[in-house]
Write a protein that binds this ligand. Structure first.
Ligand code: GLC
Length: 393
């Protein structure tokens, strides 16, 4: 059924049914997709909590609590908590969770839940504050930028921005997803760990990604509003200012990444993560210069876009995992950024396109921005974010 012919009520029923099929009632979270992703992932579950909240369902608080209950003694919130079996990849020395970070969307989730009258447990809110404090104290450079020690921590596993680290498959002709995943797996051997198991550093891969920095600053700012906490506001502002000072790329009109260990010139590849600074910058001209590219057809504009890599970039591959395909959770974040800067018509257009593609793709994990064809896991829980973008405003 075409998205514009499906009523809001039908859409909400559809998303509720999908989340219920993916819900693990014993452990209190949705698997992103039971066949392909049978574990808890940090940012996925935070997005699920947002969707539950928009559906007016108390499982929002349960799922957010599940994410933060995995917190390590020192404060890191792990990027994965294992389901029934361990994953096929070594993700650090811990038995039941990974040792890696992931974009800490729990600050935003706390704010959305409270705004929608769903109170997370007090311990969950305290853990969210500690999780952000851990990143601030353990993962911050002298420049006030935050770093990741593995591509999986940034969320965008196979991004062309990681190509400069010597990852295999740097052109369309030689890109091979299995080889690239194997390279990521090998990078775990270069990671060193704190006493509690949290990843601390890597001998080969350390980067300050524009996306990750924007996400941390955004979540600090969101939690600051929710808790009326000026310390969090100040930290968010410092990261945003450091991004503007050290990551802004006036040639691309995007925020680029900074390589600390390894890396190379690909850190300026035009990817839509480089627009995420618009979530937090105070610089209206830069926010505008980045955001307007979402609709430019030689940049990120596409019929079912935005694309994740600029269409005119040689690495753009619309059907490939993190190398050009459109991602619904990124659309949600870009939609928030557009709304922050009052670009309301563009935000509404993005929401409509996302809804159309979600339906057309079968609620896919990601899709071809040229055709809307579903790719990856189908259906994927986070695609339910369409409910937040289109049904109750
Ligand atoms: C993939 C994505 C990651 C996501 C996970 C579960 O690994 O790259 O961002 O959290 O799948 O959906």
């Amino acid at each position: 059924m075409a998205a514009d012919r499906q009523s809001d009520a039908d859409l909400r029923r559809h998303v509720l049914a999908m989340l219920e099929r993916h819900w693990d009632a014993d452990r209190g979270f949705c698997e992103p997709n039971p066949a392909m992703y049978p574990h808890l992932w940090l940012w996925d579950s935070c997005f699920h909590a947002v969707v539950w909240a928009h559906l007016g369902d108390g499982r929002a608080a349960r799922e957010l609590a599940a994410v933060l209950d995995g917190q390590l003694p020192g404060g890191l919130v792990p990027h994965m908590q294992y389901g029934g079996t361990r994953p096929d990849t070594w993700l650090g020395p811990l038995q039941t969770t990974s040792s890696l970070a992931q974009p800490p969307m729990f600050g935003h989730a706390v704010k959305v839940l409270l705004a929608r009258g769903i109170a997370p447990p007090a311990r969950t809110i305290a853990r969210a504050e500690r999780g952000l404090a851990w990143l601030w104290s353990k993962r911050r450079t002298e420049l006030d930028l935050l770093y990741v020690v593995h591509p999986w921590e940034a969320g965008n596993d196979h991004s062309p921005r990681w190509d400069g680290w010597g990852a295999p498959g740097r052109t369309r002709a030689d890109y091979d997803r299995a080889a690239r995943t194997a390279w990521n797996k090998d990078r775990m051997a270069d990671v060193s760990f704190h006493d509690d198991g949290a990843a601390g550093w890597s001998s080969t891969f350390v980067a300050c990604p524009a996306g990750f920095n924007a996400y941390v600053a955004f979540n600090l700012a969101e939690l600051a509003v929710a808790l009326d906490n000026p310390v969090l506001t100040e930290r968010a502002g410092r990261i945003a200012a450091a991004m503007d000072e050290h990551l802004w790329d006036a040639e691309q009109n995007l925020w680029s990444d900074l390589a600390l260990v390894g890396g190379g010139p690909r850190v300026t590849t035009p990817i839509s993560d480089g627009i995420m600074g618009a979530l937090v910058t105070k610089d209206a001209a830069r926010a505008d210069a980045a955001l307007l590219q979402l609709e430019l057809t030689d940049r990120f504009g596409a019929p079912f876009g935005p694309t994740n890599v600029a269409r005119s970039d040689p690495s753009y591959e619309p059907r490939m995992y993190w190398r050009g395909a459109a991602w619904p959770h990124l659309n949600y974040l870009l939609w928030l950024a557009l709304r922050r800067w009052r670009r309301l018509d563009e935000a509404a257009a993005l929401a409509r396109r996302t809804r159309e593609a979600a339906v057309r793709s079968g609620w896919a994990e990601y899709w071809d921005p040229e055709t809307g064809q579903g790719l990856g896991a189908i259906p994927q829980s986070w695609t339910g974010l369409v409910v937040a973008m289109t049904t109750d405003r």
